[in-house]
Ligand binder design. Structure first.
Ligand code: ADP
Ligand code: ASP
Ligand code: MG
Length: 440
């Protein structure tokens, strides 16, 4: 049994959090590979070390002294070390970073030092070996990860050892450091789990799993006990963001379960994410049809009306071509016989609106082009909605009862979601109505 654990910024923010991490790791002998983030915020008004490192780089680039910002970074790590009574020689590590900065250290190399210092400290604290990400996580020139090379390298390094690995970065073939986009330590953890064929990838953060709805809209929403990879894709696309969006591919490919857990409440089972669940019948939560509710504001709908549009060969292709050349992603396409509608980002459409309309008029000669602005998309996602024809009806009834007008409807053929367009002003109310009707 082998478990790969990733601890996020809040779990690495202070000495007190390190103590919790140690207790979690030592509770289970299978927890032998630990991936860590840079120190995150200790409270609402605190700073993430990664933000401070980017800020340092900007100071240096503009020739402004970064002493104050760099001092905050040093202070945080030295404080953690001293509070834990560790002997790690951070002074020379920090001095080396400082010297490199003066010699034109790249932004990525500097940004990666948060994870590096966290991993050095955590390795000492746990008594595990430190293995640098540059030793195994290899990027190709196009920015993708060379998985074959990386997996083989990590397998060799990890054999029979207990390791702490810094998240967020790796190296190019020439040794230069490259990072993922923000939040990328989640991906490092997933890659390590896949490389080592782990039995589970535990992602430890500051919430007890993925919540069924945005906590800024619904008061104290419940965590989702179990969610499939495809449900999670739907939910995170529409805003439920706990994991970096590239996290699931490496683990899904190898069918490794991903378990989101709370460092501050380690006995909570959190959310389990898997390809599929066989026993979708039992348990209280299993009686729920909806796994989660997510949504986003700022959409616009462009509706093109023309008599005989559906039978006009190539018309839809022309519409898509126009949006493609304008660089606008089309998110949904609800349509009727003589109307074809495209749901796109409102702010992006705004920038190219005149060009879009004139091109549509020129290439399609429509009877009418209409733009509806300020639309919100709300999605009810749930694998158990499939083969339950009454669910969409119940959703409409619940929204209708509250006077919420549904502007568009779309249901994917796999029936894992029902997508609704509502007026922007009704967004929060729609999310709440769905939560109250189907979860509470
Ligand atoms: P870490 O530093 O551990 O990687 P993140 O800040 O990246 O943690 O992700 C955890 C945060 O994601 C939570 O604290 C919460 O504010 C936010 N979040 C956004 N949407 C959701 C959701 N649907 N369920 C749970 N957390 C969410
Ligand atoms: N420290 C990096 C960031 O803040 C990576 C991570 O935490 O996952 O984005
Ligand atoms: Mg994160």
């Amino acid at each position: 049994m082998l478990k790969v654990l990733k601890f996020g910024g809040s779990s690495m923010a202070s000495a007190a959090q390190y103590e919790k991490v140690k207790a979690i790791v030592e509770q289970d002998a299978a927890r032998t590979v630990v991936v860590v983030s840079a120190a995150g915020k200790r409270g609402k008004d605190d700073h993430k070390i990664t933000d401070l490192l980017y800020l340092c780089h900007a100071h240096v680039r503009y020739g402004v002294s970064c002493d104050a910002v760099f001092g905050m970074i040093c202070q945080r790590y030295l404080e953690i070390r001293d509070a834990l009574g560790l002997q790690t020689d951070l002074e020379s590590e920090l001095a080396a970073i400082r010297t490199e900065m003066e010699n034109g250290m790249s932004e990525a190399a500097l940004a990666s030092r948060g994870e590096y210092l966290s991993a050095r400290l955590m390795a000492d604290y746990l008594g595990f070996d430190f293995v640098d990400a540059t030793e195994w996580l290899r990027f190709r020139m196009d920015g993708s990860v060379d998985r074959e090379w990386s997996y083989a390298a990590l397998r060799k390094l990890a054999a029979g050892r207990k390791l702490v690995i810094p998240g967020f970065y790796g190296a190019m073939a020439d040794g230069s450091i490259r990072t993922f986009t923000r939040g990328g330590s989640d991906i490092t953890g997933a890659l390590a789990a896949a490389a080592l064929d782990a039995d589970v990838y535990e992602n430890w953060t500051d919430v007890s799993g993925i919540l069924m709805a945005d906590p800024r809209i619904v008061e104290d929403p419940e965590p989702i006990p179990r969610v499939t990879y495809s449900e999670l894709r739907e939910l995170s696309y529409l805003g439920a963001q706990v994991l970096h969006e590239d996290t699931i591919f490496p683990v899904a490919e190898k069918n490794i379960p991903l378990n989101i857990r709370n460092t501050n409440d380690p006995s909570h089972p959190g959310t389990l994410i898997m390809e599929r669940f066989d026993e979708d019948a039992g348990g209280d939560d299993e009686r729920r049809f909806i796994t989660g509710i997510a949504g986003k504001k700022d959409y616009s709908v462009v509706s093109i009306s023309k008599r005989g549009l559906s039978s006009e060969v190539g018309a839809i292709r022309k519409v898509f071509e126009i949006f493609e050349t304008l660089g606008l992603a089309v998110e949904y396409t609800p349509n009727g016989i003589d109307t074809f509608s495209l749901v796109v980002s409102g702010s992006k459409l705004e920038k190219v609106l005149h060009s879009a309309i004139s091109q549509l008029e020129e290439k399609l000669a429509p009877d009418r082009v209409e733009v509806t602005k300020d639309l919100a998309i709300v999605a009810a996602v749930g694998r158990r909605m499939a083969n339950r024809p009454e669910i969409p009806g119940r959703i409409f009834t619940a929204l209708g009862r509250e006077g919420i007008r549904i502007r568009l409807i779309s249901q994917g053929p796999c029936e894992v979601n029902v997508i609704l367009g509502v007026d922007g002003k009704d967004f929060a109310a729609a999310v709440r109505v769905l939560y109250d009707s189907f979860v509470k």
